[in-house]
Design a protein around this ligand. Structure first.
Ligand code: ATP
Ligand code: MG
Length: 180
């Protein structure tokens, strides 16, 4: 399983549909200050269900929609799609390609899609659990996160290891069963 492509449209500084293709090996993103590098990481976190505008470096959620410039009108909505190669079926959903997408309007109305079908965020979180993908997963290491992990309480740190070891799903199912 690997991330093959990121499609960003109307999100933050990405006014127009932009495709970021990712090849094998290490990919770096370079550019001047304020050119939108961190906005790519924000887009990935957002499509994976980030609900906190603060974590996306904004004040209100609407701030993630392209807000216009002197010569470009603002956008009414934004969308982000992640294309995963799933030949190895690491994501337990029987397709060779998994597309996770989210679309949001200025009203705040937000929709999630799994391979084109409208789904709940919970459905997406269910299939990516234990894959390392996810806004809290170990695959996105934000600035300051390393210090946070080192300084955290043993119980919180254990969760990071459980996610990495792939046993988080059992904990979640146990907790769900206990609360029924
Ligand atoms: P640095 O090298 O300083 O970390 P960066 O390449 O990571 O810079 P970002 O933080 O990704 O830059 O991008 C910031 C830019 O995104 C700013 O110019 C800001 O105006 C723009 N931006 C953020 N939100 C929006 C929005 N809703 N509409 C239009 N532009 C936006
Ligand atoms: Mg940055």
């Amino acid at each position: 399983m690997f991330l093959r492509k990121i499609e960003i449209n109307g999100f933050k500084s990405f006014a127009n549909r932009t495709e970021i293709l990712i090849n094998s090996g290490v990919t770096g993103v370079v550019g001047p200050n304020g050119s939108g590098k961190s906005n790519i990481a924000d887009a990935i976190r957002w499509v994976l269900g980030e609900q906190s505008s603060k974590n996306l470096r904004g004040i209100k959620m609407e701030d993630v929609i392209f807000n216009g410039t002197q010569n470009k009108a603002k956008k009414a909505f934004c969308e982000v799609a992640l294309y995963f190669d799933n030949e190895d079926r690491r994501i337990p959903y029987d397709y060779s390609e998994i597309v996770i997408a989210r679309k949001m309007y200025r009203s705040g109305e937000s929709e999630y899609f799994l391979n084109g079908a409208s789904v709940r965020l919970k459905d997406i979180l269910d299939i990516i659990r234990d894959t390392g993908i996810g806004k809290e997963g170990y695959s996105i290491v934000g600035q300051g996160r390393i210090d946070e992990i080192l300084a955290s309480k043993p119980t919180a740190r254990r969760k990071v290891f459980e996610e990495a070891a792939g046993i988080m799903k059992f904990r979640t199912r146990k907790e769900e069963a206990e609360h029924k």
